[in-house]
Design a binder for this molecule. Structure first.
Ligand code: ADP
Length: 507
């Protein structure tokens, strides 16, 4: 098709272009008429003129298509009849001419119809292809313009090499210099993404490497070091792109600079933490004096005693809220101060379950199965996560229903699950319950509504440990919360061996 494009005079038919074959046709006729007048038109000239007319028909068919070619063919046909058999010529008797007309028709109309029709057909196909190509090109430009002007950074890289195929101006503004063309992942500057200690991130943890390794990134935070040494916080989303055969063809990464949001959040956290600290002392005094006063009252049914107990209750709630606030502040700063130690998760699970069972003796907490697994982390923080989740299971399920706790090894991680048969969580709420201060509608149905920070705190702690937390739930049927934590490398092998042996059960 592309060869034909160059051979054929392909263009949208224009009336003016038809004048060319018409003028050539007229010139040929004038030449013949002049030769005839001068009586110098031998046989050979007549043949030449005849062939010239056939060529003009072919030329018109190529150049102008079917209908102009048919017109020239008709004119040529009529002229030949006139020139050879018309009045005053008698070169060939008119009756013979008319009998042989079908031959002339064949001579002029066959090339006009065949070539003209094919030319129109090819022209139509080419036009259609051109329109489609123009449309694709326009859409491509529109897409590039949209990506170029998006208020977030966009990086697109080819799989599997990592060749950079697109990056927009937001990224250039962010990095403070033009983004050079990278042909391989190794060409990317390796020292711009850093960990919390300021060390360059290994290539395997770069967002672009991860999406090219089939990972989806959802709002992940990265630290970025500017040439000036200033650190920025980036929020990154990313996804691999597959073709119809399910083969990865490229990876796209969306980058947003959330440094100022992080800073204002930090200022808010600092303020809340300071106020909470300040409030702790007066509330402790309030509690102590309330307890003292309660002890002085002999009759517990006394109105004064009832009032004091109410004050004590509210002071306890205030105390709980302040503790939550302080926990948030602690967890947001602990990423820098955490001192990881090797711990046995099954031992922590058993301790937490025992403590909670003692606090809620009427509730049935059952450990369905435990797999020994060593992880690296903070014992207190992980206990806090388990307490939050089991406490929720107790809070949001009827007193008679059981709660199952279990741990299993799954591809290099230990997965702890807490299952209840309570009120459950709607799909819409499941997406949001891990956000700070978010409480699902069902929260108000319980007698002891919380603050909506327990799951947020748990998520932050689990993230700090390089793990994941998620929920599976059906409204009205109960929920299962899962925590997955990476096993300490040296124990991964032995733990997976133990996975084969039956799980230990403790109640
Ligand atoms: P809260 O202090 O309100 O319990 P959380 O952050 O622990 O805060 O939980 C957030 C919300 O998630 C709760 O308000 C509740 O609506 C829902 N939720 C958490 N755990 C469960 C559960 N096991 N069953 C039903 N709903 C739950």
């Amino acid at each position: 098709m592309s060869k034909l494009l160059t051979l054929l005079p392909v263009s949208p038919p224009r009336a003016s272009t038809f004048f060319v074959p018409l003028i050539v046709f007229s010139i040929v006729i004038v030449i013949y008429e002049l030769l005839h007048l001068a009586s110098v038109a031998p046989e050979i000239i007549r043949f030449t003129i005849g062939f010239a007319l056939v060529f003009i028909v072919i030329f018109a068919a190529f150049r102008n298509g079917l209908w102009p070619a048919l017109l020239i063919a008709t004119l040529s046909n009529l002229y030949i009849i006139y020139a050879l058999g018309g009045p005053g010529r008698h070169i060939v008797p008119l009756s013979n001419m008319l009998r042989g007309e079908w031959l002339l028709l064949l001579l002029f109309f066959t090339p006009a119809i065949v070539i003209g029709y094919l030319r129109d057909l090819v022209n139509k196909l080419i036009q259609r292809e051109r329109q489609a190509r123009d449309q694709v090109e326009e859409e491509r430009l529109q897409l590039i313009k949209t990506l170029e002007h998006m208020p977030v950074g966009v990086v697109i890289a080819k799989a599997p090499t990592g060749e950079l195929t697109f990056s927009n101006s937001y990224l250039e503004q962010l990095s403070g210099h033009p983004i050079p063309n990278h042909e391989k992942l190794n060409d990317y500057p390796g020292n711009v993404l850093i960990d919390e200690h300021g060390n360059p991130l290994p290539q395997a943890r770069w967002p672009i490497t991860r999406v090219l390794n089939h990972e989806n990134l959802v709002n992940e935070e990265y630290l970025y070091a500017l040439p000036s040494g200033e650190k920025r916080t980036l929020q990154i989303k990313g996804a691999p792109i597959y073709n119809n055969n399910n083969q990865i063809i490229s990876g796209v990464v969306i980058v947003d600079d959330i440094t100022s949001e992080k800073e204002s959040l930090q200022r808010k956290d600092d303020f809340v933490s300071m106020v909470s600290h300040e409030l702790k002392t007066p509330i402790t005094s309030l509690k102590v004096y309330t307890q003292l006063l309660l002890r002085t009252i002999n009759n517990p049914d006394d109105t004064q005693a009832k009032t004091l107990r109410k004050i004590d209750e509210q002071a306890n709630k205030l105390h709980q809220i302040i503790n939550n606030m302080l926990d948030i502040a602690k967890v947001t700063t602990s990423s820098q101060s955490a001192k990881p130690q090797t711990i046995n998760l099954d031992a922590i699970i058993q301790d937490v379950v025992q403590d909670l069972q003692a606090t809620y003796p009427d509730r049935a907490l059952s450990i369905k199965g435990l797999t020994p697994g060593t992880i690296t982390g903070d014992r207190d923080q992980l206990s806090q996560v388990l307490i939050n989740i089991i406490n929720n299971a107790i809070k949001y399920s009827p007193p008679v229903s059981e709660i199952f706790i279990q741990s299993q090894i799954q591809s290099g991680s230990i997965v702890v699950s807490v299952q209840d048969f309570g009120i459950g969580i709607s799909v819409k709420d499941q997406e949001r319950i891990f956000e700070r201060f978010y409480q699902a509608q069902n929260g108000s149905e319980t007698s002891s509504p919380g603050l909506g920070v327990g799951l947020y705190l748990s998520t932050e702690i689990i993230k700090l440990h390089g793990g994941k937390i998620w929920v599976e739930s059906r409204k009205g049927q109960g929920s299962t919360f899962y925590i997955s934590l990476p096993l300490t490398k040296s124990t991964t092998k032995s733990a997976s061996k133990q996975r084969q042996s039956p799980a230990t059960t403790a109640e």
